[in-house]
Design a protein. Structure first.
Length: 252
């Protein structure tokens, strides 16, 4: 069952990436996603390497893209052969990306203490600038704000935007996330909290809202990705998520 969810979760993730970056199908199961205006974003500038490829093919592709900008190379950690090829290439290990899943049909939200100091809101296009401001502050990504604005102005109708507010300020949001429904499950992306409001339950309330919304859509699985080196894994485990797959990420 996990392998099926993992496959669909991966498809959901790549479809989401294609909303932010241009997709190039290099070969079967090898896709390049690139948006130079998102600078060195490891999630949206990537070479996604599928299974069962020969050393010469992978080496040729890596050499051909090494000069176009900062690209990250993704490989399933269970694909030992491809992983060995990448380790023999002139690449450096960047981290390990875990895909995690919450079964929203199991009501684990009751196990999480209600936080009366945080409210969440699913928002429409009229809140787009406020959502982008919150995202930029949460991820300290001010240099890419104009590009994010351009992307979401075109694509926001394909996503669900959520904002969280602290009851100490109902004007300025405290956090944000995006939901993206594809392949029978819900992907959760861009989950972030403004730095001075972290560790107050903002993220947990956003996760809870995402789970409730997903259940209302009759979607069983809510999935997300987290880089182990960013140390958020325990937070998601504490909120009911389980690890269903892992990919190794390299960079030039």
């Amino acid at each position: 069952m996990d392998s099926d969810i993992s496959t669909y979760a991966h498809g959901n993730e790549l479809e989401f990436c294609s909303l932010w970056s241009t997709k190039y199908e290099i070969r079967k199961n090898i896709n390049l996603f690139y948006n130079g205006n998102l600078l060195d974003d490891y999630f949206f500038n990537r070479l996604d390497v599928g299974k069962s490829h020969e050393f010469g093919i992978i080496k040729e592709i890596i050499n051909s893209i090494s000069d176009i900008g900062k690209i990250y190379v993704y490989c399933d950690s269970a694909d030992i052969n491809t992983l060995e090829i990448l380790e023999q290439s002139d690449l450096r290990l960047f981290g390990r990306l875990k895909t995690m899943c919450l079964d929203v049909t199991i009501d684990k939200t009751r196990e999480i203490i209600q936080n009366n100091n945080i409210t969440t809101k699913i928002v429409g296009i009229s809140y787009l600038n406020k959502w982008i401001d919150t995202y930029s502050k949460a991820f300290l990504s001010f240099d890419t704000k104009d590009e994010v604005c351009k992307i979401l102005t075109r694509r926001a109708n394909e996503m669900i935007l959520i904002l969280a507010y602290s009851n100490t300020s109902t004007i300025m949001p405290a956090g944000c996330c995006i939901l993206f429904e594809k392949f029978g499950l819900m992907g959760l992306f861009c989950l972030g909290t403004i730095p001075n409001l972290r560790n107050r339950g903002v993220g947990s309330e956003l996760l809870k809202t995402a789970a409730i919304y997903s259940k209302g859509r009759n979607v069983r699985s809510l999935v997300l990705q987290t880089l182990s080196e960013e140390n958020h894994e325990k937070f998601f485990l504490d909120n009911g998520f389980n690890i269903i797959s892992e990919r190794v990420v390299f960079h030039f």
